[in-house]
Design a protein around this ligand. Sequence first.
Ligand code: IVH
Length: 672
Amino acid sequence: MSNQAQKNIEELKQKILDHDYRYYVLTDPIISDQEYDMLIKELENLEAKYPDLISPDSPTQRVGKDLNKNFSPVQHTIPMLSLANTYSEEELLEFDRRVRAGLPDSEKIEYVVELKIDGASVNIRYVNGVLLNAATRGDGTVGEEITANLKTIKSVPLKLKNLTSSSYKLRDIEVRGEIFMKLEDFLKLNKEREIAGEKLFANPRNSAAGTLKMQDPRVVAKRKLSMFSYTLISKEDKLISQFENLNILKDLGFVVNPETTLCFDIKEALQICHKLEAKRESLPYEIDGAVIKVNSIKQQGILGNIAKSPRWAVAFKFKARQAISVLRDISWQVGRIGTVTPVAELEPVFLSGSTISRATLHNFDEIKRKDIRIGDKVIIEKGGDVIPKIVGVVLAERDKKSKPVRPPSKCPVCNSGLFKPEDEVAWYCENSECPAQIRGRLEHFSARGAMDIEGLGEALINLFVEKGFLHSYDEIYNLKNHRNDLINIERLGEKSIDNLLKAIENSKKQPFAKILFALGIRYVGIGAAKKLAISFNSIDDLISASEEEILEIHEIGESISSSLKNFFSNKSNIEIIDRLKSAGLNFNAEKKILKRGVLFDKTFVLTGTLSGFTREEVGDKIASLGGKVTSTVSNKTDYVLVGDKPGSKIEKAKGLGVKIINEKEFIEMLNG
Ligand code: IVH
């Protein structure tokens, strides 16, 4: 078993989890769906090569995502799965081959092709024809109760029609469908938000998902959401086919998407997919592909599911939408850790619901590889409709006199030198006092998910840096001493400054993990920060920990541990932390308070799958009672907690004489 492979897998898993958090909890993704799929594929490939290293908490092994804490959890009676994606005709034919291989030879297979609506899925339960409750998909097993919000959507019937005339028993049913926002309503909403100075939604899907999770149903009602229903589940009766189910749903009063076709084989299904793709631009809502489902419910049952998706259905993803524009210039942006990133300045062009005037070029190597030049006609794509990128150049129309782009030799913001680590493609500004880095660090520090200081966004930070009030993030807590000066800055009234100062004071209550994340240490995303906070009592323990001790933590790899060491070896970072401590920030893990917890000072290693907890939950539980979880069994380990299908750790524990406990014994331990 390769140690390096294990580290790679662990870091990749952590990266994916951090993107999941941004996407599902913050609804603020920073990579496209396609880039995300590529990370998952990379992990799947590595895990296929080293099957021993597949852990039950790997993103490939679960449907799951994090949940927003403000809604009560609802257990789905039948898991809400996701769909595997196909991107080509070949992959779709391969799906058909797998379906046929999974069914008896004589079976006739029909497919239903539907649109893949780009929204958020929900599950609604109706008892005796009345809407009882509704939940988001959540992690696929447990969703969030959003009944009040869902009831505001006009296309969701509160009471069903024609219930008694149906030949099926439908007194206890669940209906699933996609909540979405029409393009027109999305554009209108974003316009309003722009005028109000609020953050814009990246796409209609995010705006639908974000709206469903709002605390006030009255605001939800004002935002026009719609639903297309596509799944019917009866608790009392056997249903026959997906196509018939869609007709039953229509009879019951649901809106079913009209672009739905029953096909007699995969060839016909593929033709329909192409037809739907051609229709894409004329639809008033966003779709990102088609869904191909085996029509017979009985066959669906025989085929069953693999880990997180059904074997009887697949998504056929459409090509990302493209537009052509002119590259007016390339600007170089400097990020919070000094990365110098080229940004394409484009002639504005409309694509997938928004006007694009900038696109990322990732790094200089990419410009070189694609030979992108200023003045070129360039092809722009919005992959997962998040960040537009340039995918190519219309070479035939290139100006003969154009010259290849040269990278900057100095930092475009502070004029300091640049350096490029050997194993990276990115160039970095060497001056950590570069104003762009300072602004970036401050923005990250106060952002949602970190210190969550409402009102302290990009614009104010720029202003405060420019006026000399802010330089490092500890100075945020000094702003209250400059209240009068701040009020006197043009445009900023007394009320808004007082609200800001209140939000700053409030942020002192943020837990250790979020502060650790807010420090902006390279590679330390929120997931890693949580793990570090659970494993160490305080920032002081973390600062004095050796790299080996840090590496012992489950899913913390070398790039994180050496980045932490690097950060803490810088004297000015330690001084900033000291000043944040004096300001009253909490650099102690909660477990310190629970020092006398029943698991105080006990070290656990987990192996196998537990039935009642996820790994994260076990980790949190152990930490809250004073213990910690590490990834390798050693003579420092007190207990190895064993679930279903344990790995080789159990043998190692036996060899070292470490106590092995099962889930039941663990629960007894928790209860003291
Ligand atoms: S069927 C197991 N049908 O796509 C079957 N899903 O990746 C999954 N979606 O979570 C649901 N349009 O949010 C189904 N016509 C459609 C759909 C659809 C959009 C979404 C849904 C689901 C995701 C699966």
